[in-house]
Ligand binder design. Sequence first.
Ligand code: WT7
Length: 637
Amino acid sequence: MVARIHSLGGYIYEYKKSVANPEVFWAQIAENFHWRKRFTKVLEWNFSNPDIKWFIDGKLNITENIFEKNMYTHADQLAIIWEPNDPNEEHIQLTYMQLFREVNKFANTLKRLNVRKGDRVAIYMPMVPELTIAMLACARIGAVHSVVFAGFSAQSLSERINDAQAKVLLTADGGFRGNKITPLKQIADEALESSPCVETVVVLKRTKTEVNMEVGRDIWWHTAINGQSDECPAEVMDAEDELFILYTSGSTGKPKGIVHTVGGYMVFTAYTFKNVFQYNAGDVYFCTADIGWITGHSYIVYGPLLNGAQSVMFEGVPTWPDAGRFWDIVDKFNVNQFYTAPTAIRSLLAQGMEFVNGKKLTSLKVLGTVGEPINEEAWHWYHDHIGKSRCPIVDTWWQTETGGVMISPMAGITPTKPSFATMPLPGIQPVIVDNEGRELTGNSVEGNLCIRFPWPGMARTIWGDHERFRETYFGSFKNLYFTGDGAKRDEDGYYRILGRVDDVINVSGHRLGTAEIENAINAHPLVNESAVVGYPHEIKGQGIYAFVVCGELSTGGEEGIQKSIRIAVEKIIGPFARPDIIQLVPGLPKTRSGKIMRRILRKVAEGDASNLGDITTLLDEDIVEKIIDGALVEVKR
Ligand code: WT7
């Protein structure tokens, strides 16, 4: 078992050790795992190429570390506690032994479908146990899973399938979310019209929605697994073999396939899970994220299961049947650690105490947040009303690319401050640099957040585009990994994340590239060009504000075009990327060289144009006045 830090003194001691000799530090943690062949060297790296390798020559399988390694002690322990969307449906519990058998069965199914080590398997599924089973089955046989969040559109799904050249797609007839059904198979069918690389589609029956099954390509899940053995030897993987690809948005239009590898990701997620949440054997842990995002990968599936934890997986949404759903689940399973996003907290806070009063919430020991900065009001509400002022809050800062938590309190150990992610975990060396890349040393500084030294869970590349990986993360500041976030280090040395400094926005904890939304808007036949920025939104953190230049208005007029743009974005990306505000403008503020001055648009969207800074480089200064006049929010001049 991975060692757990117990005190602030222990943290300081471990942190110092991890900086003085990172290789010894991580090797000691890695020793706790089951390696088929021990690694011969801990780390090789350079950030200029970049090239990062951890646990060199080590051979292992991550599922052996979840199952075989713990089977003597954990066979009958619960691994997954699954709560369905509808509270009237029975929940499902799987012990480690039961989960192991299901994983093996599905691993054998994949093999029979001709999936081999290194092949990519796309997964477009609702939050059901079979999703976890599918991911682990891929890991068991060395196939690379690429989970696509079930809120993405057909076009986004197809793009991701094609980029990874997946040969199998796992999906379901539909997915329940609140009182809605997402027709997953129908969306998948549409996606596959432009994804010829997929040879086989396995379809889980969940909503009993009528679906089309294509002969020779589509097979029902229950038919496919029928008769498969529940024993399947683990494929022996190199520590640096790929475990999965997960797509995320960047500042340019095309999503990036972030690649994580087996050994480092395993060590990092297991270590961070245990220490951040201070998980103890027997605790029940509940992360509300969707497995379609990195939080679900690292902290519903891999981190918890590598620790033999009991992980709650919830199919539904926080507000259905009512806004007390999370708290009912906490009481139902006596959840000890609860992990969610600030946007969820804000939306539940807005519904009032009626949905909290009457819930016990006495089992809770630790509360976590992730995905975006948490404002003080939400922090205090969470702390006082959910944690009853006795549960530490861990505000965990990390990214798809970091694989696991980087800067965060360790529950009950690190003194917290509302809206501060506090201190780096052992092994993590953050630095703050100015725009010229000069390191800002000491306390009370603010700038670009970078990391100076590799950590085992870091992404190794962007699938099929290593040059983009270099440029995006290592191209801005020499020999530093650049996070894309701004941060401040306060007078106590505590880190506060200030949000993205690139053209990425964070909407309800979903990361979206503004360029991606612009591309979708521009695809509309009546749109000439557009610019998208984020603006402060009470519930979502950031809302989406689109400035759009149209050639002419169709018969529906302004409202008609706004509506059809929203539909277009929904179709190209997914409903969660729909703009909140669409302002039709006569032109965009551009410099003489043709670059859109987003700074000005951001100011307008924020409702404060009192200090626009230097606008003399604009081609047409009048346009700014016109944009402010037509703004759909109140703008201070
Ligand atoms: C971006 C990464 C990591 C899991 C979910 C999001 C923002 C993340 C925090 C936090 C302030 C945060 C950053 C980061 N972010 N956690 N605790 N405080 N901001 O993963 O989609 O890869 O997004 O989310 O801006 O860069 P992601």
